[in-house]
Design a protein around this ligand. Structure first.
Ligand SMILES: C[S@@+](CC[C@H](N)C(=O)[O-])C[C@H]1O[C@@H](n2cnc3c(N)ncnc32)[C@H](O)[C@@H]1O
Length: 281
């Protein structure tokens, strides 16, 4: 692929999603676009780009962006942050929302839904505790194909086994033809999915009590990341909890969120820290 082609792809991806196609990720372009090239009977990447720039095929740009996105995910990814989040921070929110009995959760950049269903499963497994509560869980992603898969909730044997203990797999999935496993209707009906870009205004379901935005911002420029943190802050209630991916942090990226001093790996709004300090004084 020539340099002009790789620049065209990089700017298409960045304009649509905020993600940068850094030099270190360019090696995977050809692999990512291989099946699209095969479908269209194109021998080289440069031919694909040439067709793309004519603008004759409106859907092609969408398909290229979809193919370039990294949708890697699995149930209860990195487990410990889920245990942390669903421990003390959730107890604190439960006490704070005792009157309204409603908790609103946003998984931003949820890919094919495993993160959303992991959260839904955790609440469903404590049915008595949340019996008269409204637990609103929404998953969003810029990728339409990922959201369609999330809505179907149909996973391969490999995908369900990754991260899920057998007991949970048996409890929450039904086996389908061809070694596929479908998430139970109960869980599927307890969540919502929506195509949404983090570069845009927060979804209508805002404000949220818990926001997960994990392994999404890694490839954003500093400016785009700052903008997204601004969006997340806009969408978060004053005492909300933010969870990022294992290698991610807010430090040096935004002034809106700070590390939660009480919970390693979770973040709260700066204003919440000030309120906590005043009530502790
Ligand atoms: C590596 S996956 C992470 C999935 C999940 N959060 C996890 O940690 O397992 C990153 C997801 O972010 C999505 N994404 C990339 N740019 C986005 C944007 N601007 N808005 C929303 N989602 C985006 C991708 O489509 C992809 O599904």
């Amino acid at each position: 692929m020539n340099d002009v082609s790789s620049r065209i792809l990089a700017s298409l991806l960045e304009n649509r999603t905020g993600q940068q196609l850094t030099m270190s990720r360019r090696w995977r372009i050809e692999t990512a676009l291989k099946s699209l090239m095969r479908e269209r009977d194109l021998a080289t990447l440069d031919q694909l780009i040439a067709l793309l720039v004519t603008g004759r095929e409106a859907a092609l740009a969408d398909q290229v962006v979809e193919a370039l996105l990294n949708n890697e995910t699995y149930f209860f990814r990195d487990r410990t942050p889920f245990d942390t989040l669903l421990g003390e921070p959730l107890k604190r929110l439960e006490a704070a929302r005792a009157q309204e009995k409603r908790i609103s959760i946003w998984c931003a950049g949820c890919s094919t839904g495993q993160e959303v269903y992991s959260i839904a499963m955790s609440f469903a497994e404590q049915a008595a505790r949340w019996a008269d509560w409204k637990i609103d869980i929404i998953g969003t992603d810029v990728s339409l194909s990922a959201i369609e898969r999330a809505r179907r909730g149909l996973y391969s044997q490999f995908e369900v086994q990754r991260g899920l203990p057998v007991l949970q797999m048996i409890r929450w999935f039904e086996e389908r033809e061809g070694q596929q496993w479908q998430i139970s209707d109960q869980l599927r009906q307890s969540v919502r999915f929506q195509v949404h870009s983090l570069m845009d205004k927060p979804p209508q379901a805002a404000p949220f009590d818990i926001i997960l935005c994990r392994n999404v911002l890694l490839y954003f420029s500093n400016a785009a990341r700052r903008q997204v943190f601004g969006r997340l802050a806009e969408a978060a209630r004053h005492d909300a909890v933010l969870m990022l991916g294992a290698g991610e942090t807010v430090i040096g990226q935004t002034d809106e969120f700070v590390s939660d001093p009480a919970q390693r790996g979770l973040y709260i709004k700066r204003e919440a820290l000030a309120v906590r300090a005043r009530s502790a004084a």
